[in-house]
Design a protein around this ligand. Structure first.
Ligand code: HH2
Length: 287
């Protein structure tokens, strides 16, 4: 198992679970669309998440919620690049959530250290954009495309199929000359998956651990949590924390969340319960 992740000038260690804070600079994201839409609001949100202890920020300029329309590259660039430029000097690595090669190039030039691609670098030219940059890469699995992915997702063995697909994508990258320690895998909760598929994947994260690459889990506020609890998207904090804890318990190294501070608190307590180390050591690790 890779015990750290190489992301440009950063090396993220997995001596404890890492919290990736989500910043959607979009009008239509499923849980926070329109809230961090101006540059000022986006920067305020970014600074708050850093203060709360986010290990990584993930900035997105296109919603990938079920049914979301495609956004032209110029629009995505206008949303994401000014935020990146303004955050250039912050002390945490910034990830950009995009599938478009031209956005990847501009984001890396503007200081991003990670490219998070829900399409796993499948668009023509995407691999070339990231290859020589040294950036970290998140390869996520999605069945179909956002517009239609929830219509009728179908798998034989969802865990095996998703993990094997990600291993194949990872092989394509390493054969193209991208070093393994730059790559993180993500089963893509909610991306062409039913609620049952999502739960099966969560219980099956051990299979992703066996790939030897770090695993990221993004369950925060997602509809499966709403289905279980009957809560609207704004009321899913407890459910999201439980999902993050379950994910790290099953082997995820990174959780992608909208609510950084409560997730960190929960993970610190989880670490203390699981570990035989002293509380002082745990506090040092998390504060
Ligand atoms: N989920 C979303 C977006 N990007 N990236 C990865 N690697 N993993 C995920 O699970 C993931 C992701 C969807 O969440 P959000 O960004 O909050 O919503 P939207 O796509 O509507 O902006």
């Amino acid at each position: 198992m890779t015990s750290s992740w190489q992301c440009g000038r950063y090396r993220i260690s997995f001596d404890r679970p890492r919290v990736m804070g989500v910043l959607n600079v979009t009008p239509d994201s499923f849980s926070d669309g329109g809230r961090f839409w101006t540059l000022e609001a986006a920067l305020e949100r970014a600074r708050l998440m850093i203060e709360e202890g986010a290990d990584i920020l993930d900035i997105g300029g296109e919603s990938t919620r079920p049914g979301a329309p495609d956004v032209p590259a110029e629009v995505e660039l206008q949303r994401v690049i000014p935020v990146l430029r303004a955050l250039r000097d912050i002390r945490v690595p910034i990830s950009v959530d995009t599938s478009k090669p031209e956005v990847m190039r501009a984001a890396l030039e503007a200081g991003a250290s990670i490219i998070n691609d829900v399409r796993a670098l499948q668009l023509p030219g995407a691999i070339d954009e990231v290859r020589d940059s040294g950036c970290g890469i998140i390869l996520m699995h999605m069945q179909g495309q956002p517009r239609t992915m929830q219509t009728q997702p179908h798998y034989g063995d969802v865990v095996e199929e998703v993990a094997a697909w990600l291993e194949d994508r990872r092989d394509i990258l390493t054969n193209a000359g991208i070093d393994l320690p730059r790559i993180v895998l993500d089963p893509g909760f909610g991306f062409g998956k039913t609620h049952a598929h999502n739960l099966r994947l969560l219980r099956g994260l051990g299979r992703f651990v066996q790939t030897g690459s770090p695993t990221l889990a993004g369950l925060s506020r997602k509809s499966t949590l709403g289905e279980i609890t009957g809560k609207d998207v704004g009321q899913r904090l407890g459910a999201s924390i439980a999902a993050s804890i379950a994910a790290v318990e099953w082997g995820a190294q990174i959780v992608r969340v909208h609510d950084v501070a409560p997730t960190r608190d929960a993970l610190a307590v989880w670490s203390a319960v699981r570990s035989t180390r002293s509380i002082d050591e745990i506090k040092k690790e998390w504060n």
